[in-house]
Structure formats: C-alpha cells, structure tokens
Design a protein around this ligand. Structure first.
Ligand SMILES: [Zn+2]
Length: 186
C-alpha cells in the first residue's frame, strides 16, 4: 500500500488495478483524484481512494487566496492556499476561465495576471472535482504582484490598475483586487 499526497486530477491508476472509491473519479479507464489528500492505493483489496483532509470544506461562494501557477489561452491555473475565514493552509488546484477574469472582454490572461501573483477569488462552481473560480467582481483579483522583469513586489502607481516596480521601474497591468497591497501574508 502506498500513500502519497495527491492533488485534484492527479493520476492514481487504472480501473483494471483498482476500484475507484471515495475522493476519486474514473475517466476512460483511468482513475484520478477528485479531492486533495493522501492517496491510498490498496493493492490487496484493489481499492483506490483519497483520504481528504480539507477541501471537502471548499464550497461555492467561498473566497479563496491562491497563487497563479500557469496561464494558457483560455485558463489561468491557480493553486488555492487559503479559504477566507477558515484556519489552515490548503493546496487545491483551481481554474479561472478567461471569461471569468473581468467584466470587460479579456483577450489574453497575461494582460491581467503574472505567474507567482497572489490573487483573491470566489469559488464559482465545483463539478467532477474541478473547481472554477472568478475574479470578475471589483473585490477580486491580484492582491500581490511581482515584477515580470525582476520579480520584485510591485506597487500601485497613481492611476487605476497600473503597477510599478520600485526596483527596476517596469510598469505593468493587472486585474487588481480592491485589497491589493492590504493582504499581509497568504
Ligand atoms: Zn522590476
């Protein structure tokens, strides 16, 4: 029996090897984690399940803080680290679709976020172990940003949604939360 922490969507095995149980889902003969937690792959009883610690607590409407980990044409991948009002750290993969970034039309997520930025977002939908978040409302967006050129934390310039790097002077745009700069550590 092996036990390892898995993230949502992580591959666990095949349905020939295991019966997909609690905290898992199967797709095309393969078993994946639908929750975050310790993977229990019981070879003897042929059972694959996830012993979830936290994110069953994650609910639609909750406010999360997370790190921007990746950006594709249509989606921003954000690892949720905290749920507002709930103690403890989490480590849950969520997706922010381009249409849920801002009220206005967004062509490229890169114009609104940077890798490593910390964002505040709301849980929009939880389905098949996939968590969709939104930053559309003014309250949500980037709370801490880092210079794309030198990685120094950016500061708010005078005008709206413009940030400036105190270290190298680079100017950048973000979809800012009203809380930008006011969130201590996540
Ligand atoms: Zn810089």
């Amino acid at each position: 029996m092996s036990e390892k922490i898995k993230l949502i969507g992580d591959y666990l095995g095949t349905i020939e090897e295991f019966v997909p149980c609690e905290g898992t889902y199967s797709d095309d003969g393969k078993i994946y984690a639908s929750n975050i937690g310790k993977a229990v792959l019981d070879q003897e009883n042929h059972i694959a399940r996830i012993e979830a610690k936290m994110p069953s607590e994650m609910k639609v409407g909750q406010v999360i803080f997370g790190d921007v980990m990746g950006m594709r044409k249509n989606t921003v991948t954000v690892i949720a680290r905290k749920i507002q009002g709930i103690k403890g750290d989490i480590d849950v993969k969520t997706g922010l679709y381009v249409s849920n970034i801002a009220k206005n039309y967004v062509e490229k997520p890169e114009d609104f976020f940077g890798i490593g930025d910390i964002i505040k977002a709301k849980v929009l939908k939880i389905e098949h172990g996939l968590i969709d978040i939104t930053t559309k409302e003014d309250d949500f967006g980037v709370v801490k940003a880092f210079c794309k050129r030198c990685r120094y934390p950016l500061e708010k310039a005078d005008d709206q949604n413009r940030l400036t790097c105190p270290s190298c002077g680079h100017r950048e745009n973000r979809k800012l939360s009203k809380d930008f700069g006011n969130v201590e550590t996540i």
